[in-house]
Design a protein around this ligand. Structure first.
Ligand SMILES: C[S@@+](CC[C@H](N)C(=O)[O-])C[C@H]1O[C@@H](n2cnc3c(N)ncnc32)[C@H](O)[C@@H]1O
Length: 333
């Protein structure tokens, strides 16, 4: 990995040589002689096709998959080469077919892709699972194209293993600013709340996500991984589709986002990643998550729209003041 010195306000997470040696020594590989009694809360530095045969049956509550998309892309020392759609579908099937044995009966499965990879994901995913939905994430950033529409969305296909599955809709509400604050005949707010930071409605989550930015250099969660997913995106999926203590599995975990968010939200995790540097980054992030459970954009048990930091801070202050008053009242009792 290039070790350029970051500019002043750049908060991106990097590894020093010493850290790389330290974290690399903690990584594990599965094999016949080294089958782990428990793989829980581990990052496994291995090819998914080699590791899968040593994993236990029916241990996954949530399977999150962010595979290399069908584009030519370099992931540190490993390069993925674009192929035709049928070959990409065959490649997806080569490992997805093996992961089905690891899933609990009532598990959920999310698979990410861009518009080009999306049809192969649908085709292969629907071979094994029930298709529930397709979430479209508006990434905001994207490279402008002269003879095409700028590509700035991604799909996240939502499947379940059966018709019984967890979906905690009340844990993933989106707090939206109310632009037309209707009141009922008694002048009470209709379906919205009011406090010193403004008027808000906690709305049901839809399958269009436009409240999440790609991690960038001034965010503490940002790393050198070229296709790192935002913690806020994983938080929505994990809160909706698991309960505390459930196990989340990610076979292409990259810089560790899935494991870090699972840990912050009190879930268990297992992650697999081919590249040693990314695995080490994941371990560093997991260590930092011991003392820092913050997830940018998720505050006070709701998700917030982009550019609402001031409102979030105000609301947090209001809640902690309420908490202090409540504590004082409780003490007086
Ligand atoms: C799209 S990235 C995942 C990024 C991740 N979601 C994050 O937030 O950092 C895909 C990752 O899969 C890894 N990878 C590619 N082929 C693999 C394989 N056969 N087994 C395990 N990991 C693999 C790549 O090194 C890359 O880091």
């Amino acid at each position: 990995m290039p070790n350029k010195k970051p500019a002043g306000l750049n908060r991106s997470l990097r590894l020093t040589e010493a850290e790389l040696i330290k974290y690399s020594s903690q990584l594990i590989k599965l094999s016949e002689s080294q089958k782990l009694k428990s793989v829980t809360n581990k990052i496994i530095n291995q090819n998914i096709l080699d590791a899968v045969k040593y994993l236990p049956e029916k241990f996954i509550d949530l399977l999150f998959i962010d595979p290399p998309y069908n584009i030519t892309k370099k992931f540190n020392r490993v390069a993925f080469k674009e192929m035709n759609n049928d070959d990409y579908a065959t490649w997806l099937d080569s490992w997805l077919s093996k992961l089905t044995f690891l899933l609990k009966e009532n598990s959920s499965i999310y698979i990410c892709g861009d518009w080009k990879s999306s049809s192969a994901i649908f085709k292969v995913g629907s071979k094994y699972f029930q298709v529930r939905n397709r979430i479209t994430w508006e990434r905001e950033k994207g490279r402008g194209a002269k003879a095409n529409w700028k590509n700035c969305s991604e799909d996240i296909w939502f499947f379940t293993n059966s018709n019984e599955y967890t979906f905690n809709v009340n844990k993933v509400k989106l707090r939206r600013k109310v632009l037309a604050p209707y009141r009922d005949e008694q002048r009470n707010p209709k379906d919205w709340g009011q406090n010193s930071s403004g008027n808000f409605r906690d709305s049901f989550p839809s399958n269009i996500w436009n409240d999440i930015s790609i991690p960038f250099w001034s965010m503490p969660e940002n790393t050198e991984h070229p296709t790192q997913k935002p913690e806020k995106l994983l938080a929505k999926l994990i809160l909706a589709s698991t309960n505390e203590g459930d196990l989340v599995f990610d076979p292409f975990i990259g810089s560790g986002t899935t494991a870090v968010v699972a840990k912050k939200l009190g879930r268990r995790y297992v992650g697999i990643e081919l590249d040693n540097y990314y695995c080490s980054l994941a371990l560093k992030r997991l260590e930092l998550a011991e003392n820092d459970k913050k997830i940018q954009g998720y505050n006070g048990d709701v998700f917030w729209e982009r550019n609402t930091l001031i409102e979030q801070v105000k609301s947090q202050r209001l809640n902690s003041t309420r908490g202090t008053f409540q504590n004082q009242r409780d003490k007086r009792k």
